[in-house]
Design a protein around this ligand. Structure first.
Ligand code: H2U
Ligand code: ZN
Length: 340
């Protein structure tokens, strides 16, 4: 990209969801006079008797968690979706439509250790999380069209408990974000006979500018069209439709690259880095999934320090997403703090 694009406002196209993002690199040059505090997080104990996710403890439902060794999955006691929902449509008027949606919500504890984050866990322990993601996708994919695996990390992202955990919501419908990606990938495949994201991986490996970290099987980039300051996209280098297709070496390399990426995130602002992350793979029961390629999105809110975050308000809510620091600058910053 020429200097015009590096220094002047422009819009970038996201081929994965068909949306545009406004990039204003000239604003990143302005002086920052706000505070840059250092937050020292209180050290947590490895076991907290009050935690509803720790092994052996009682949950709100009155059920007791087993003394699990690696990971533990349970049905969310406050599920947003319920499996026994009868299929019904409400259509009194074309402007007033509703459909019922059966689904299931689960919580996945990443580790029995209350005091660790995914970034702080050993690669071997992260591999157990990868395996749990695979098992859950396999099982719930038999009953639901979409299985959303995600993690909200940190209070800033609305996470209610520091015990390392993620969630799984499975439902009988393709949610908005997924539907956009489904259309875009399907259309790209029809026109080019190649999955969009596989083509994108090749491009990013050639250009190298937005690469954060890679290994034999995986690539992490700050996507060209990223909206969050330090947003990243994690992609397999070869064709993979879903998590359930991963071979042993890919599982291992996934655990390893997750460790490196998350460690870099933590080092960036010297804090346990908050984010929402989640997996997107080919939907189940869909006839045409040829254009799909598995990937994970990481959406961290932090902008300038452990406490200064980006807000998606104003122009973003009413017009479109906007960013100051370019994805190329963000990738360079993340590469600088990548552990060896
Ligand atoms: P978050 O902190 O990421 O929101 O996840 C915690 C989830 O755990 C939340 O969805 C559930 C909440 O409904 N939960 C239980 O299922 N049982 C409990 O005893 C407390 C919290
Ligand atoms: Zn705990």
């Amino acid at each position: 990209m020429g200097t015009d694009f590096r220094q002047r406002p422009h819009r970038r196209y996201n081929p994965l969801n068909g949306e545009w993002v406004l990039v204003s690199p000239q604003r990143a040059l302005r002086p920052w006079q706000g505070q840059v505090e250092r937050v020292t997080a209180a050290r947590r104990p490895p076991y907290d008797p009050e935690c509803y996710l720790c092994p052996g403890n009682l949950r709100a439902s009155g059920e007791r968690n087993p003394n699990y060794q690696h990971t533990f999955v349970f049905v969310n006691d406050f599920s947003a979706l319920l499996p026994d929902t009868p299929l019904k449509a409400f259509e009194d008027h074309p402007l007033l439509r509703a459909v019922s949606v059966p689904g299931e919500c689960r919580v996945l504890c990443f580790s029995p250790r209350h005091d660790l984050s995914l970034a702080e866990m050993e690669v071997e322990a992260i591999l157990h999380v990868v395996d749990a993601w695979i098992e859950q996708t396999e099982e719930l994919g038999k009953r639901f069209r979409w299985v959303q695996i995600f993690e909200n990390k940190g209070e800033m992202m609305g996470c209610s408990n520091p015990h390392p955990h993620g969630q799984i919501w499975a439902l009988e419908a393709l949610p908005n974000e997924v539907l956009k990606e489904h259309h875009q990938q399907t259309q790209h495949y029809r026109q080019n006979r190649r999955p969009l994201l596989l083509e994108y991986v090749e491009l990013e490996l050639q250009q190298a500018e937005r690469v954060v970290v890679e290994n034999e099987d995986w690539l992490v980039v700050t996507p060209f069209w990223a909206i969050w300051p330090f947003e990243t996209l994690l992609l397999p280098k070869s064709p993979v439709l879903r998590l359930t297709e991963l071979k042993n070496s890919q599982r291992l390399n996934l655990a390893a690259i997750l460790k490196r990426l998350l460690a870099a995130y933590d080092r960036l602002f010297n804090t346990s880095f908050p984010y929402s992350m989640g997996w997107h793979g080919a939907p189940f029961l869909e006839e045409n999934v040829l254009g799909w390629q598995l990937h994970a999105h990481f959406y961290p809110p932090l902008l300038r320090s452990a406490t200064v975050r980006k807000f998606m308000v104003g122009f973003e809510m009413l017009a479109e997403a906007q960013r100051d620091i370019t994805p190329e600058q963000a990738a360079a910053r993340l590469r600088e703090v990548l552990p060896s």
